[in-house]
Design a protein around this ligand. Structure first.
Ligand code: PMV
Length: 333
């Protein structure tokens, strides 16, 4: 049996990126990653078992505020993950699932981390199962979106590459440790041409990938220490170096993948110019053209104003470090 359950799960932004999958079936990475869980960009998902139904029913929020049946490709991804969750829970239950993002759909912001974390946790809640954080992270990860493994935990989160039986992410520092902000410059709202899944598969074809893997332990230790000491001057160059390295691997994969746009480069330059001017800000990018500007609370106003002054910037989203997913009573149906 299952009851109606709703979970709100946030997205996250990686400071050390997961790029390259050593086990595609299990979504296990070549390298450890480290992220900051967000608070504003989140997915709300309601799940309820449907008695006697032969199929799942997947709904998404539409512009007029109502819900409609999800597209075939979106529903397919959700149902594949429901199948894995059913196998784990050993149930045959079909579900009604409704989902809504707090951030504009199609804004070019990755919603798979928050979406699959919310789905996994809502199914667990609906089936009234107790799971430890490692299991919750593994269930989110097995969706195929590795970054979802980090979205089930709040604050500053590390997902180790190995040495952890469950392949699960865990909190390194709570959100209260340091109130960092993430101001996102939305530059391109079209769907990216190459999915991150395809990028993960190609990473190993880059002649620079082995070099990246050698560099990462040092870079990860630096990020961990800089956050531990709330040392922005130490954090900024290493975060920027890491994001550029991800794109270097993508651009030197065979065939190459280009996620950057001219506007992305302009925003990367803006971050360096502001920093030279004493503003505590640095840039990072995922597998897309949009740029995340990480900054301190004191710097946030300057960063937002500077982005709003750029004609290339379509929209600005203000976010920051958050506490992780919540079970809520406010259901979507
Ligand atoms: O979670 P996936 O499989 O969509 O991969 C995410 C990859 C990056 O966002 C580029 C990096 C990361 O660690 O989040």
């Amino acid at each position: 049996m299952s009851r109606k359950a709703t979970v709100v799960a946030p997205s996250n932004i990686a400071l050390i990126k997961y790029w390259g999958t050593r086990d595609l079936a299990e979504t296990l990475p070549f390298n450890p990653s480290f992220s900051m869980t967000l608070r504003e960009c989140a997915t709300r998902t309601t799940v309820e078992g449907i008695e006697g139904a032969g199929a799942d029913n997947i709904l998404v929020r539409v512009a007029n505020g109502g819900f409609e049946a999800a597209s075939e490709s979106f529903a397919g991804g959700v149902i594949r993950h429901l199948d894995r969750l059913r196998a784990w829970a050993d149930v045959d239950q079909r579900f009604r699932v409704a989902t809504q993002n707090s951030f504009p759909m199609g804004a070019g912001l990755a919603s798979s981390a928050s979406g699959f974390a919310a789905l996994a946790l809502a199914v667990v809640e609906s089936l009234e199962r107790e799971v430890d954080p490692e299991t919750a992270s593994r269930l989110a990860r097995q969706s195929g979106s590795g970054s979802a493994a980090r979205s089930v935990v709040g604050g500053y989160v590390e997902w180790p590459a190995e040495g952890c039986a469950e392949g699960s992410a865990a909190q390194v520092f709570a959100a209260e440790h340091w109130d960092l902000r993430d101001v996102v410059a939305i530059l391109d709202t079209t769907e990216k041409r190459v999915s991150s899944r395809a990028g993960h598969k190609l990473a190993e074809t880059s002649p620079y990938f082995a070099h990246r893997l050698r560099e990462l332990p040092h870079r990860l230790a630096e990020v961990r220490q800089a956050i531990g000491e709330r040392d922005f001057a130490r954090l900024a160059p290493i975060v920027e170096e890491e994001a550029i390295d991800l794109h270097l691997i993508a651009m030197s994969s065979r065939p190459p993948i280009f996620y950057w746009q001219p506007a992305s480069l302009a925003v990367l330059q803006l971050a360096r110019d502001l920093r030279e001017d004493g503003v505590e800000v640095c840039s990072t990018m995922d597998a897309g053209a949009n740029v995340h500007l990480l900054c301190t609370v004191a710097a946030e106003g300057r960063v937002v104003a500077a982005l709003r002054g750029m004609p290339e910037v379509e929209d600005v989203i203000r976010d920051g470090v958050g506490d992780g997913p919540q079970v809520e009573d406010q259901h979507l149906f």
